[in-house]
Design a protein around this ligand. Structure first.
Ligand code: TXA
Ligand code: MG
Length: 327
C-alpha cells in the first residue's frame, strides 16, 4: 500500500504501463484499474474479481480531450461533462472506430462508458497517457471497496499495488447516463443525484428499468449475435466453417475450416479472453455461414468466455445454444 504522493503516482503509472493491476482511489469507490489499451491486463481485472461473465467496464479519462480521442461527444453530453467533470458522472457514448481501447473493455459493444474521476486517479491517467478501465475494487459479489484497507483485505493477494487516499468521499459508484438525441436515460443511479443533472439539462431523466439497464449492455444476446450461426464445443469441423480454435491441439477435420483464428495457441485463458470479441468479429466478417468453436475449459476466465459464447450461439428465437455433445 502506498500513500498518494507524486512518487506513488509515478509508481502506479509505470506498473499500469507494464500491464499490472493497480487499485486506485476515486471519489466514488476504489477502482481496480488496468490500462484500457492492454487486453491482457483488462482480462486480468475479470480474473482478479472472479467474475463469471464479462460486462462492459467504465473507462476513466484525465480530461475531456482524452474522452474526445475515443468517443463521439454530442452537445448534450458535452454540457454534462463541463458541468460535472471531474466527478461521479459516467456518460455512455458511441465508441470511435479503430481506437486503441481494447474491445474487452466495452465487452464488444460499439459504445463506451467514460468518466473523469476526481483526485489522484486523474494524475495517474495523465501520467500513463491512456485511459484506465476500472470497475469497483472488490471480488465479484462482494460490496465495493471504499478504503485501501477494505481493498487490501479482499484483493490484496491478487494485485500488485494499492494506492491509499483514505476513505472514498462519495462511497457509491458513479451515476451512469446515456444521451439519445434530446432524451437522457438514467442507466444507473449513483453518486451524482439525478435531480442535479435534471437542473442542468432542464428536463427529466428517463428512468430505465434498473436491472435491464445494468444487465442489458453486457448481457443481451443481440449485442453479441454474429450474423453467422455459432456452433460450440466442436470436436469435428465441417466443410467451410470458420474455426475459432483454442489451445495447441486442433479439433478433428480442422482442415475443413475455411479460416482459423486461435484464441490462445498455448491454451492461456487470459489471452483467450483478451482475443475473444475481436476474433469473433473478424471471423464473422468473413461471412461464412457457421463459426465453429473448439471446447474452452470452464475454469478461471473460461467460465466468462463460455458465458459469452453461449449468448453468441443462442439462436435469435430460442434459448438453447447449438453445440456438439459435451464429452
Ligand atoms: O464509480 C464508479 O463508476 C466506479 C469507480 C471505480 O469509478 N466504477 C464502476 O465501474 O462502477 P464498472 O466498470 O463496475 O461499471 C460497469 C457498469 C456496467 O455494469 C454497466 O452498467 C455500465 O457500467 N456500462 C459500462 N459500459 C457500458 C456501455 N457501453 N453501455 C451501457 N452501460 C455501460
Ligand atoms: Mg462493482
Amino acid at each position: 500500500m502506498l500513500k498518494t504522493d507524486d512518487q506513488a503516482v509515478r509508481t502506479a503509472a509505470s506498473a499500469l504501463a507494464e500491464g499490472k493491476l493497480v487499485a486506485i482511489p476515486t471519489e466514488t469507490v476504489y477502482g481496480l484499474a488496468a490500462d484500457a489499451t492492454n487486453g491482457d491486463a483488462v482480462a486480468g481485472i475479470f480474473e482478479a474479481k472472479g467474475r463469471p461473465h464479462f460486462n462492459p467496464l467504465i473507462c476513466h479519462v484525465s480530461d475531456i480531450d482524452m474522452a474526445e480521442r475515443y468517443a463521439v461527444i454530442d452537445p448534450l453530453s458535452r454540457r454534462l461533462m463541463h458541468a460535472f467533470w471531474p466527478g461521479p458522472l459516467t456518460l455512455v457514448l458511441p465508441l470511435k472506430p479503430d481506437t486503441a481501447i481494447h474491445p474487452l473493455v466495452a465487452a464488444g459493444l460499439d459504445t463506451i462508458a467514460l468518466r473523469m474521476p476526481r483526485g489522484v486517479a486523474g494524475k495517474i491517467i495523465a501520467a500513463l497517457g491512456h485511459p484506465l478501465a476500472a470497475p469497483s475494487a472488490n471480488t465479484s459479489g462482494k460490496i465495493s471497496g471504499t478504503s485501501a484497507e477494505a481493498v487490501n483485505e479482499d484483493l490484496g493477494a491478487r494485485i500488485s499495488l494499492i494506492l491509499d487516499a483514505g476513505p472514498s468521499e462519495v462511497g457509491l459508484e458513479s451515476t451512469i447516463v446515456k444521451v439519445d438525441g434530446t432524451r437522457i436515460a438514467l442507466l444507473r443511479p449513483g453518486g451524482l443525484a439525478a435531480e442535479d443533472i435534471e437542473t442542468v439539462i432542464g428536463t427529466k431523466l428517463e428512468r430505465i428499468d434498473q436491472r435491464a439497464a445494468i444487465e442489458a449492455p453486457g448481457m443481451m444476446a443481440s449485442h453479441y449475435a454474429p450474423s453467422a450461426r455459432v456452433r460450440l464445443n466442436v470436436h469435428e469441423v465441417r466443410e467451410g466453417e470458420a474455426l475459432l480454435a483454442f489451445g495447441p491441439s486442433r479439433a478433428q477435420k480442422a482442415e475443413n475450416a475455411s479460416a482459423t483464428l486461435n484464441l490462445s495457441e498455448t491454451g492461456n485463458l487470459r489471452e483467450a479472453a483478451a482475443n475473444l470479441f475481436d476474433f469473433m468479429k473478424r471471423l464473422d466478417r468473413l461471412k461464412r455461414p457457421v463459426i465453429a468453436v473448439e471446447p474452452i475449459p470452464f475454469e478461471g476466465l473460461g467460465e466468462a468466455i463460455n458465458d459469452r459464447l453461449v449468448r453468441a450461439a443462442a439462436p435469435r428465437d430460442a434459448a438453447i445454444a447449438e453445440m456438439d455433445e459435451i464429452k
